[in-house]
Design a protein around this ligand. Structure first.
Ligand code: ADP
Ligand code: MG
Length: 256
């Protein structure tokens, strides 16, 4: 493994009254691509949010280290500035604020991304081209009415602009249409090529993974990571589903 970028050790976490994650250990090296798979309700999104520091969840024991620093008690905005990105954080609805202004505001908070307005415009244009986004999109308000595919474009634009060290892409369970899928694939490729950052892709959609060179695959069942393996584990899941892991977990959990 490369230098460890993210190290999750012995995490037990959940909401105030509901334990969701149990004894989670996960390490992601700098620049590595990891995939997290598992059936609905396993706790995949919760893990992404706990790594990001979503205050809806509390960590009861264990630690999260990022870049060698213990960030277990850091607020989400600090983690974001440190270089963690969670796709779920896409701006949802901010009436009256055009996308372009929103992006300018978030980049100006980061010293390493300070640039002139002119340079910023050029950079955004470049990324929009990479993602095949129309310019009119950028002047639209962050208002109600962005489609799922459009929200994905905004996420990918944010990702390429912010250049995080670790991008956690939670594709949710809603499924992506062909257009959104292509934007996500392109975004991921550009991120890998231009930023060299690490990825944790949470997905059901093995089509996204076809074009991605995956270093490690993790399987979560009922709030536990029950298997870890190379990229070929994805093909195994494609062919046989999660049942094998669910059975093993129910019978006391042999690690694959
Ligand atoms: N904020 C929350 N409040 C209550 N229950 C939650 C919350 N977030 C997640 N859960 C529950 O935790 C479990 C795991 O959810 P989730 O992480 O979304 O699973 P996945 O992403 O693998 O489908 C589910 O039973 C879900 O209902
Ligand atoms: Mg989920």
């Amino acid at each position: 493994m490369h230098d460890t970028l993210l190290r999750v050790s012995g995490i037990n976490a959940g909401t105030e009254d509901k334990p969701i994650l149990h004894d989670i250990d996960l390490a992601v090296g700098a620049g590595e691509t990891h995939v997290l798979m598992g059936p609905n309700g396993a706790g995949k999104s919760t893990l992404g949010r706990v790594i990001m520091g979503d205050p809806a969840y509390q960590v009861n024991s264990g630690t999260i280290e990022f870049g060698g620093e213990d960030i277990t008690d850091e607020a989400a905005d600090k983690r974001s500035l440190a270089g963690i990105f969670l796709s779920y954080q896409a701006p949802v609805e901010v009436p009256g604020v055009p996308l372009y202004s929103y992006l300018r505001t978030i980049t100006q908070k980061r010293p390493e991304l300070k640039m002139t307005a002119r340079k910023f415009r050029a950079r955004v244009g470049e990324i929009a081209d990479q993602l095949d986004m129309s310019g009119s999109f950028l002047t639209r308000e962050l208002n109600v009415g962005f489609s799922g595919g459009e929200k994905k474009k905004i996420e990918m634009l944010q990702l390429l602009l912010l250049r995080p060290k670790l991008a956690i892409l939670d594709e949710t369970d809603s499924g992506l249409d062909v257009d959104a899928l292509s934007v996500v694939s392109r975004g991921i490729e550009a991120y890998r090529a231009d930023c060299g950052g690490a990825l944790l892709v949470i997905t059901h959609n093995t089509r996204i993974l076809e074009r991605l060179s995956v270093d490690r695959t993790h399987v979560m069942v009922q709030g536990r990571l029950v298997a870890e393996g190379p990229a070929s584990l994805i093909d195994d899941i494609d062919a046989h589903g999660f049942e094998q892991f669910e059975r093993a977990n129910a019978s006391g959990g042999d690690r694959a």
